[in-house]
Design a protein around this ligand. Structure first.
Ligand SMILES: NC(=O)c1ccc[n+]([C@@H]2O[C@H](COP(=O)([O-])OP(=O)(O)OC[C@H]3O[C@@H](n4cnc5c(N)ncnc54)[C@H](O)[C@@H]3O)[C@@H](O)[C@H]2O)c1
Ligand SMILES: O=P(O)(O)OC[C@H](O)CO
Length: 331
């Protein structure tokens, strides 16, 4: 199959290699011409995934029309807040029967839409929309470390096609019909990962991280239930699986940003100091709005919002979380 991947950051590059390993024709689109040219030349994405070669058959281009024209699958692997603008440029070249797969983990801050909703709004005539999510750091996927992810779509045929396209001996793909749950899990875990990092930066230990992971997933479940997700999805790869990996991995940009915040660095400084996307910052903004809008109790997210956007002292945020009245352990 001819497969296009939009976004030559870490994730787009790693996914290109997976489908190329499976002998598909892969075209990777980079926003910057220089990056496309460099990857083509040295067969390595030195900026985003240094030290790992990609397959020589992968074609990297800056030409969006060339990238998506005649593709059977288009994978969107851009930062979530940029997905709509790129899709607006690309959609005139995408055929109606093309499968569109969201690989980005976020919620659009303006509209509070999930990425598949943004895709549906931009290309209403296309019903072959899916999402891929789960515990999958690009740095490990590019090195072919065993990884398990989930693809979700309402369309059974699309799910089968995507599972077949991606699955191999190091990339195991499960199917799920719960698009809402899979997308929400992937987006909201980044908030908990930032908090886990903050706790580390403050000098707290494993107990605090475990508390954040378990109470964090409960917040995600509460909001998910309100938004139509299935509870069981959050005990799967895109829920607890991704919370665990992101809260504990040295690769996580969200966790690393949290550590810096816990040590006293300002959010603006952290964002300015990296080219990489820290999705949890945007997810916190969106989730806080959703929590208020739907009146869903999300104390960790609310405190994260205060730390990230209202300059609250992180230590005070943890103290305030711990000082809440005693409760029964229910959802
Ligand atoms: N890195 C991972 O391990 C991983 C795994 C699963 C999912 N994801 C998700 O994939 C998405 C992309 O993340 P990534 O890790 O590849 O990002 P990255 O930080 O490695 O790279 C960001 C990429 O987006 C491009 N970009 C930045 N702003 C842009 C804009 N306004 N318009 C177009 N392109 C822009 C950059 O040039 C770069 O190519 C995110 O939603 C992320 O959560 C990442
Ligand atoms: O580096 P992060 O924190 O954006 O996490 C990347 C992936 O989402 C992990 O599954």
């Amino acid at each position: 199959m001819r497969i296009s991947i939009l976004g030559a950051g870490s994730w787009g590059t790693a996914l290109s290699n997976v489908v190329s390993d499976n002998k598909h024709e892969v075209i990777l689109w980079a926003r910057r011409r220089e990056l496309a040219e460099e990857i083509n030349q040295i067969k390595e994405n030195r900026e985003y995934l240094p030290g790992a070669k990609i397959n020589s058959s992968i074609v990297v281009t800056h030409d969006l029309e060339y990238a998506v024209k005649n593709s059977e699958i288009v994978i969107l692997a851009t930062p979530s807040q940029a997905l709509r603008s790129i899709l607006r440029e690309a959609k005139k070249y995408i055929k109606n029967d093309t499968i569109i797969l969201n690989a980005s983990k976020g919620i659009e801050n303006e509209s509070l839409m999930r990425m598949s909703e943004v895709i549906k709004e931009e290309i209403p005539q296309n019903s072959q929309i899916a999402v891929i999510s789960g515990p999958s750091h690009a740095e490990e996927v590019i090195r072919r470390y065993p990884t398990a992810v989930v693809v979700a779509s309402k369309d059974k045929r699309v799910l089968k096609v995507l599972q077949e396209v991606f699955i191999n001996n190091y990339f195991r793909v499960y199917r799920n019909y719960d698009v809402i749950g899979v997308e929400l899990g992937g987006a909201l875990k980044n908030i908990i990962a930032i908090c886990s990092g903050v706790s580390e930066g403050l000098g707290y230990g494993d107990n605090t991280r475990a508390a954040l992971i378990t109470r964090g997933i409960i917040e995600i479940m509460r909001l998910g239930k309100k938004l139509g997700a299935k509870n069981s999805t959050f005990s799967g790869l895109s829920g607890i699986g991704d919370v665990i990996v992101t809260c504990s991995s040295m690769h996580s940009r969200n966790r690393r940003a949290g550590i810096e915040i816990g040590k006293g660095k300002k959010v603006d400084e952290i964002v300015k100091s990296t080219k990489m996307v820290i999705e949890g910052i945007y997810a916190t903004k969106a989730a806080k709005k959703l929590s208020d809008l739907y009146d869903v109790e999300m104390p960790i997210t609310q405190e994260a919002y205060k730390v990230l956007f209202e300059d609250k002292d992180p230590k005070k945020a943890v103290d305030d979380l711990m000082a809440r009245r005693g409760k029964i352990e229910v959802y």
